[in-house]
Design a protein around this ligand. Structure first.
Ligand code: UD1
Length: 350
């Protein structure tokens, strides 16, 4: 089965491509490399060759933007003509910085929403009607720490979050097109961190990271002086915010489980939280990182970051019960593997 992976060279995308190829899927990646690196997919191939587990590594890479409908059309046509049509899409392509989305909302609506509309239009034209979409837990209204269920109120506070909601709504309307049978999953990610255990692929943010985990690994590597912890007066047991961190390989495997789940149906639409259901405070994350890697992380405290929620934890019951999937790696694995990646690749893929 050939799967199209827009945004497949990015952090979650590259780990998912690895998991797909390991399972014998044929994949075509389309990526603009605006926020990713071409070396990531070469590394994916290197890991597979090194492990010697996959007979035929079938990966095709197209450097393009999903807003370019002509490119998408040609791609679908090419595989149709080859008699091996693209049968499903795992859609990662999009901008993902909350801060940048506030400064440049039109860019976010254009890339994320218009790009997705283009993609869906071409999929529809070529009768490819299975899509797994990268959504985010950022779409939920804060719940004061009660685990977030899929039916929790949707109330994003950033333009980035609103583009994710808009795409989910577009997917919902697409599902309702009369006489068409779509299979759609909106995967609402919690906080993916870590890296493949090989340390050959991982998160490579451009510029100073805004997320906590790459910040920690860059402090550990001596690239940044110290971590600023946003707030020590949150109503939690140690005063710092709580998040649901999930190992990126568990997240990647969740995509394949979702694809396999969708294939059981004639038509289906489902929203699924992908998280561990476990909460970790900022200080617990730092402590675990320090312990397993035997490195000290210099830190200071500042005031709370605007827009932060106190506790964001998944209720992952639905994913656990529907998918043949559960997260297998714990916080120690996330810290070990994430540091392995950073220490072996001080400057990411450069
Ligand atoms: C952030 C985004 C969210 C996005 C997610 C994944 C915001 C408000 N939310 O989520 O929309 O889906 O990233 O890309 O930006 N922290 C520090 N110091 C730092 C960085 C973070 O103390 O230098 C703290 C934060 O206050 C938070 C926790 O670490 O409590 C996790 O932060 P982060 O990694 O940015 O993820 P989220 O805020 O959960």
């Amino acid at each position: 089965m050939r799967v199209l992976v827009p945004g497949g060279a990015g952090f979650i995308g590259s780990h998912t491509c690895l998991a797909l190829l390991e399972k014998g899927y044929e994949i075509t990646v389309i990526d603009s490399y605006i926020n990713s690196h071409k070396k990531s997919l070469q590394r994916v191939v290197d890991i597979l060759k090194r492990n010697n587990k996959v007979q035929n590594i079938d990966i095709d890479i197209e450097i393009a933007d999903i807003r370019d409908e002509m490119v998408l059309d040609k791609l679908f046509l090419r595989y149709k003509d080859l008699g091996k049509p693209i049968q499903a899409v795992i859609h990662f392509a999009g901008r993902k910085s909350v801060k940048e989305s506030v400064l440049n909302p039109l860019l976010y609506w254009d890339v994320n929403v218009n790009g997705s509309i283009n993609l869906l239009r071409v999929m529809d034209k070529y009768n490819c009607r299975t899509i797994v979409f990268s959504s985010s837990a950022t779409i939920y209204a804060p719940t004061d720490g009660i685990p977030l269920k899929e039916d929790t109120l949707i109330k994003p506070i950033s333009p980035y979050g609103r583009t994710k909601v808009a795409i989910e709504q577009i997917l919902n309307d697409t599902y309702n097109i009369p006489l068409e049978k779509w299979k759609i999953a909106n995967l609402r990610y919690f906080n993916p961190i870590g890296a493949h255990y090989s340390g050959m692929i991982g998160e490579a943010p451009i510029g100073i990271p805004s997320n906590i985990f790459p910040y920690i690994t860059q402090v550990a590597a001596g690239l940044l002086d110290e971590l600023t912890i946003f707030g020590k007066d949150w109503p939690t047991f140690d005063g710092t915010c709580i998040r649901d961190y999930i190992h990126v390989m568990d997240l990647a495997e969740g995509h394949i489980a979702t694809l396999e789940y969708l294939n059981n149906f004639e038509e289906k639409i489902i929203n699924l939280n992908l998280g561990t259901g476990l909460g970790t405070s900022v200080l617990e994350l730092i402590d675990t990182f320090e312990q397993v890697n035997n490195i000290k992380i210099s830190r200071n405290f500042s005031s709370r970051r605007i827009g932060d929620s106190c506790k964001v934890i998944a209720d992952n019951y639905l994913a656990l019960s529907c998918l043949n999937w559960s997260p297998k790696r714990d916080l120690k694995d996330m810290c070990l593997d994430g540091w392995k990646w950073q220490s072996l690749n001080l400057k990411g893929y450069e």
